[in-house]
Design a protein around this ligand. Structure first.
Ligand SMILES: [Zn+2]
Length: 270
């Protein structure tokens, strides 16, 4: 089955991972900008990272027949440096003409602080001004419900925000309804340790349906599984779900969401 991994950090993965994903049917992926594992020191550090995301990774992916898309931002973990965050937000438009950019992300909250909320909002202002799609990271574990609630409340407070152009990522059992009931897109992250397992994700689909939802591996350098989406496909098959239904979640849904980006050009496999 062809599939799309809508959230994976390929800068932290080796070429073998690209090859294994291609063999399992991956035809496209999207890579949100994220934290480097250390706080970057300057806006030029981000400029080089954005070049990696818009020039280098698309070539690595194309070498195995995968189309690579990306999202740009400064991560919430670095939002306490408000001055640097503002310099990065001001620099992002330099890259908004790159053909593989889908929008602004993954923005959001980490520890739910005041500075994080401020920088989150300044990213939103940029996305609204430039009519970009928005990809939102929700916090982990104990901060998740509170952070997701804060984010949804902020979004609902502003009538300019279009829920159908906004994706709320890393939803779980206790936050999926919050995202879906207001018309946002959402995504479940399949992690071997924290976040959802493939079977929990399948349970959530069975409870909340397959509209406006997708699954991703969020693979990075930490414990993660770049083949998590195929694992989810297998779990859904084991439960007797149709190929059509599974394909909707792992292929058609991400395409439908990404297609709202004015630059998005996808060559479907023949
Ligand atoms: Zn991520």
């Amino acid at each position: 089955m062809y599939y799309i991994d809508p959230h994976i950090h390929m800068v932290s993965r080796v070429t073998d991972d690209y090859e294994r994903m291609a063999r399992m049917g991956c035809v496209a992926m999207s890579e949100p900008a994220f934290w480097a594992g250390f706080d970057r020191g300057s806006v030029d550090g981000f400029r080089d990272y954005f070049r990696q995301l818009t020039e280098v990774e698309p070539k690595r992916a194309a070498a195995v027949g995968i189309q690579h898309f990306t999202w740009l931002c400064i991560n919430a973990k670095e939002a306490e440096n408000v001055e640097l965050s503002r310099e990065v937000i001001a620099m992002i438009p330099e890259f908004l003409d790159s053909p593989n950019v889908l929008g602004i992300g993954e923005i959001g909250l980490n520890k739910n602080t005041k500075n994080e909320a401020q920088i989150f909002w300044e990213h939103m202002e940029l996305a609204l001004k430039t009519e970009e799609l928005i990809l939102i990271h929700t916090p982990h574990l104990q901060d998740k419900y509170k952070g997701t609630r804060m984010i949804v409340d902020m979004l609902l407070d502003d009538p300019r925000i279009k829920p159908e152009r906004t994706l709320i990522d890393h939803v779980e059992e206790h936050t999926v309804k919050l995202a879906k009931e207001h018309g946002f897109w959402c995504a479940m992250t399949l992690y071997p340790i924290t976040k959802c397992t493939p079977s929990r994700a399948a349970d959530i689909i069975e409870m909340y349906g397959d509209d406006r939802i997708m699954v991703n591996s969020a693979g990075d350098w930490g414990p993660s599984e770049p083949l998590a989406v195929p694992d989810f496909v297998q779990e859904m098959r084991r439960r007797g779900h149709s190929e059509k239904k599974i394909s909707k979640i792992v292929y058609e849904n991400p395409l439908e969401f990404f297609s709202q980006c004015k630059r998005f050009e996808f060559k479907a496999p023949e």
